[in-house]
Design a protein around this ligand. Structure first.
Ligand code: HMG
Ligand code: MG
Length: 341
């Protein structure tokens, strides 16, 4: 039976902010990561090492990483920080920031330990929050369609896989886990909604064989519907992709992300990506809006009796704060309702 704990991967600091046109200060970005770390979230994607010409907003991710390394954020649970990167140049930049400053042993096998069933309550005033040595891992990304692959990474699907071979070997040789995203798995802005699920399954299997520790199947455009999500998950299972190796990453453009989350949960998936305040969007996916909001996901999970370890009140305040910092409406219905209580 599937576990009743769900691991949330908070992608707000990366996916949530990367598409913002006006520069967000380093202080705000660091503050966001630090606040999120206190909520009980287990995994935070804190930045990306991509080309600054392609995504200027993420250009100071090295500074965010330096900050996290030099002054470990307080957190009630052990945290994994993910850093998104597309190629060897990105990995080299990641390594040079990480440098000799190996704060924790990255090599232990249980990448995502399930925290105790009832984690301690978290709040600003909780006196016994302790700093845990964080883990760091890299996330790589590719696409399930050729058009999106070209637009987002200037290379074909085959070239992506060629890049990833040496990249994954180099990352894993140094003990870093690797997560791999597959974009446009439920629809492509250039090729339409009918991404071939068998293609997604084939790429997932290849990436796992190459050494990826987890596949995040992404509905970049938010075109996914419940029936097509169910179909995709069936095809993935038939291809031997285990739920334990799978995360789902929903954008909420059509308002279907929570419905699709429920489909994923019923299928047995227990890792979901989301962004606080519903921020986000991929700069190379025109029209796509933010990720499903973490507050909404936490709310639905708790209503189902599933544990996240996340403090919804804290999270809701963060969603309200960061959306106002970036001058956007708070897209989280559950977050706004929680604050209004
Ligand atoms: P390219 O122009 O083909 O790269 O871009 P290149 O290898 O020809 O290099 C050109 C220049 O870029 C060189 O500099 C390189 O050094 C530099 P120059 O000699 O001209 O001064 N460069 C870099 N600089 C810093 N960091 C690097 C890097 N690589 C090259 N890593 C490339 C190819 C892949 C680099 C580019 O297309 C790119 O950076 N793309 C990233 C786009 C992106 O970040 N998209 C958003 C993230 S993915 C996403 O949001 C989807 C996700 O959320 C899941 C979902 O929802 O689908 C994950
Ligand atoms: Mg995304």
């Amino acid at each position: 039976a599937a576990s009743d704990h769900v691991r949330l991967v908070e992608v707000g600091p990366r996916d949530g902010l990367q598409n913002e046109k006006t520069a967000i200060t380093l202080e705000t970005k660091v503050e966001l990561v630090r606040r999120l770390a206190r909520t009980g979230l287990q995994t935070i994607e804190a930045g990306s090492f991509v080309s600054p010409k392609w995504v200027p907003q993420m250009a100071n991710s090295d500074k965010i990483m330096q900050d996290v390394l030099s002054d470990t954020p307080e957190s009630p649970v052990p945290i994994t920080y993910q850093w998104l990167l597309p190629n060897m140049k990105g990995l080299d930049n990641f390594f040079s920031v990480y440098g000799g400053a190996n704060k924790t042993d990255q090599t232990h096998q249980d990448a995502y330990p399930t925290p105790p069933p009832t984690p301690p309550p978290v709040s600003q005033s909780t006196p016994h929050i302790e700093a845990h040595g964080p883990r760091h891992e890299v996330s790589i990304f590719m696409a399930a369609t050729e058009s999106f692959s070209q637009r987002n990474t200037n290379c074909s699907i085959a070239e992506s896989l060629e890049r990833f071979g040496p990249l994954m070997t180099a990352a894993r040789d140094k003990g870093f886990a690797v997560r791999a995203y597959i974009s446009v798995a439920l629809g492509c802005p250039f090729e339409g909604p009918d991404t071939d699920p068998h293609r997604v399954a084939e790429l997932s299997a290849t990436l796992l064989e190459m050494g990826a520790d987890e596949i995040s199947v992404a509905d970049t455009t938010g075109m996914g519907t419940a029936p097509r999500t169910r179909e995709l998950l069936k095809v993935l299972a038939a291809a031997g992709i285990r739920n334990d190796d799978l995360a789902l990453h929903f954008h909420d453009t059509y308002g279907q992300a929570l419905v699709n989350t429920l489909v994923g949960l019923e299928h047995g998936v227990r890792t979901f990506d989301s962004a606080v305040g519903g921020l986000g969007g991929c700069p190379y996916s025109p029209g796509a809006t933010g990720n499903v909001s973490t507050e909404d996901v936490v709310y639905i999970l708790h209503s189902l009796g599933l544990g996240t370890g996340v403090d919804l009140n804290e999270l809701s305040s963060i969603g309200d704060w960061i959306t106002s910092e970036v001058g956007k409406p708070n897209e989280s219905r559950a977050g706004k309702a929680t604050l209004a209580r």
